[in-house]
Ligand binder design. Sequence first.
Ligand SMILES: *[C@@H]1O[C@H](CO)[C@@H](O)[C@H](O)[C@H]1NC(C)=O
Ligand SMILES: *[C@@H]1O[C@H](CO)[C@@H](O)[C@H](O)[C@H]1NC(C)=O
Ligand SMILES: *[C@@H]1O[C@H](CO)[C@@H](O)[C@H](O)[C@H]1NC(C)=O
Ligand SMILES: *[C@@H]1O[C@H](CO)[C@@H](O)[C@H](O)[C@H]1NC(C)=O
Ligand SMILES: *[C@@H]1O[C@H](CO)[C@@H](O)[C@H](O)[C@H]1NC(C)=O
Ligand SMILES: *[C@@H]1O[C@H](CO)[C@@H](O)[C@H](O)[C@H]1NC(C)=O
Length: 385
Amino acid sequence: MWCYSYSLLLVISKLLLVRALPVATFTIDNLTARSVELNPYPDKPRVVFGQDGTFKLTVFADIHYGENPWDWWGPEQDVNTSRLMRNMLAMERPDYVVINGDLITGENTFRENSTSLIDTIVQSLDEAKVPFSSTYGNHDNQINITHIEEIERETSITPFSYTRRSPPGVGGDGGPGNYWVPVYERETDTSPALVLWFFDSRGGVYTNGTSMPDWVDESVAAWIADETKAMNVAWGPPESRSALAFVHIPPHTIQAVQETLNSTVNPGLNADGLGQGSTQATTNPASAGNDSPFWDALNTHVKNLRAVVSGHDHGDEWCAREPTYDVIFCFSKHSGYGGYSEEGWGRGVRSFVFRSSLPSDGIDSYILLEDGTVRARVLLNREYR
Ligand SMILES: *[C@@H]1O[C@H](CO)[C@@H](O)[C@H](O)[C@H]1NC(C)=O
Ligand SMILES: *[C@@H]1O[C@H](CO)[C@@H](O)[C@H](O)[C@H]1NC(C)=O
Ligand SMILES: *[C@@H]1O[C@H](CO)[C@@H](O)[C@H](O)[C@H]1NC(C)=O
Ligand SMILES: *[C@@H]1O[C@H](CO)[C@@H](O)[C@H](O)[C@H]1NC(C)=O
Ligand SMILES: *[C@@H]1O[C@H](CO)[C@@H](O)[C@H](O)[C@H]1NC(C)=O
Ligand SMILES: *[C@@H]1O[C@H](CO)[C@@H](O)[C@H](O)[C@H]1NC(C)=O
């Protein structure tokens, strides 16, 4: 008996020791506790650049599973979207995938089985064995479904998911999807070359049917400041790494950017005029500008922010410089057979290919349609205007 307990103790202490190692590596004054979170995936493989030194990230957006399951066309749309995802993954062979919001059209789902659609959505990613994570959108917060339910389902059914929930008190009611994912150039590096940031722009309705704020909660601003401070202490100056940010609903400043597009510099479909509800905090005039704390914090604290990427507006797929912070914004590409669309818009993905891990090197980005057509190719770098 004694022996048994002793060996159990030994096993436990060994486990503790293994878990404690990353902490010891990063122990710096009072940041000891925070450092634990700087290795947020102790049980998962690191996300790394490819053997050739590049990193390809492919974005699916607005896949809108679950429309009208009682009609023939709803389930057929989902079969089609899964086919599109498989085909795109086979063509692109990305190092990482982002699903940028509106995974499920929650208005049409049932309380008892809403999140079982997540199982279908992740199948193609599991088959491709590609690490991925999600932002969640306004259609993912409805009477019969919530962001947190989808996050819990996603992270419980597949080891390839790197989605996380925000720490307590961050993100506001209904907005738990604020987190970041480190990407290393090499498996053994002590600090990442790229940090992927994910923000929860909420929207939709609470389960009681009242509408939810459609912007990233201001509590996220202080969290960005804290996280970047901890990163700088643990990993060194931020100038040595890049960042890329994803949020389902575009920040409100993007609305004005649409007025200044030039089809040479900003190629790609521009068929969705941005108006009320197209960008954050514009559904209700009383909330105008409420996404500013988030937007200001992101652009102030996150250095080498290479682009901010949104979905939500299915008829837009351009990249452009946002002038107030001189930051590149890109729309994703509507990927789902579900969700509104018009003749000729097409469906596909946006990919980003980092030419190297250097923040000064360019990122090739383009839209790839389901039929293999590539369009709206741009080189995103400091010269991009
Ligand atoms: C650690 O935190 C304590 C209490 O907040 C503070 O008094 C102390 O100066 C901090 N130490 C360092 C090295 O920052
Ligand atoms: C599914 O895809 C097929 C082939 O592209 C197309 O003919 C069909 O209309 C699509 N169905 C729906 C419901 O979108
Ligand atoms: C939510 O789910 C319940 C139980 O399945 C169903 O009766 C109801 O119609 C759904 N409500 C909405 C708004 O979809
Ligand atoms: C959920 O349940 C409803 C009604 O019980 C059914 O029609 C629908 O197909 C189910 N959806 C999923 C995704 O299992
Ligand atoms: C609905 O739920 C939200 C979030 O819990 C709450 O703030 C709001 O007061 C509720 N509205 C009603 C009418 O109960
Ligand atoms: C659009 O951009 C191109 C390339 O910079 C430039 O040559 C052209 O003059 C611009 N067109 C307009 C209308 O500003």
